[in-house]
Ligand binder design. Structure first.
Ligand code: ZN
Length: 175
């Protein structure tokens, strides 16, 4: 068995790519990270990004209230939570794509009609490289983070960029 360095799924010996996350599994990509930054990405886990406590709203909250909350708190997305369970995510991009110029017309509609249902989630102990891959493939800017199956935080592409710039600024030589 080969353990995928990105997502830690088990793959059969000799597999060219991971069956779970489609990352290449050649010996080169597993054993010799091209740079120290890449090595960090493959070693460090999402908990290292200190996922922020997410702003949450119930699924029946009207769109207008949700938008006001996002503006007031200067946040790019909210987690939609019912009875402690994550049921969706609503982001600025959803606001642009689904509401746009008609936003005012929808102000009293529940956010459940516009949220992205069953969003992709990651766990605090997933690798940062895996989060980056998910964001890249899915085009997500925010990913909810679960701990023991419960919503524990949210990471944004900005969190990963901050992490990367810190790594690059640390000035360690490229291996
Ligand atoms: Zn994988």
């Amino acid at each position: 068995m080969i353990i995928c360095p990105y997502c830690e799924a088990e793959n059969i010996e000799g597999a060219d790519e991971c069956g779970d996350c489609n990352q290449p599994l050649s010996e080169m990509s597993i054993r010799v990270p091209a740079t120290s930054v890449e090595a960090d990405l493959l070693r460090d886990r999402i908990e290292r990004l200190w996922p922020k406590t997410p702003s949450t709203v119930p699924s029946d909250m009207p769109v207008g209230q949700v938008l006001k909350k996002m503006v007031d708190e200067t946040i790019g997305c909210v987690m939609v939570v019912d009875q402690g369970e994550l049921v969706g995510i609503f982001s600025e991009r959803d606001a642009l794509m689904k509401l746009n110029v008609d936003a005012a017309k929808f102000f009293s509609k529940p956010i459940s009609q516009f949220m992205t249902q069953q969003p992709v989630t990651l766990a605090t102990n997933d690798k940062i490289a895996f989060a980056l891959h998910k964001m890249n493939v899915g085009g997500y800017r925010h990913i909810p983070i679960l701990f023991n199956g419960k919503l524990a935080g949210v990471i944004s592409i900005r969190d990963i960029l901050r992490y990367l710039t810190e790594r690059i600024a640390s000035g360690r030589p490229v291996r």
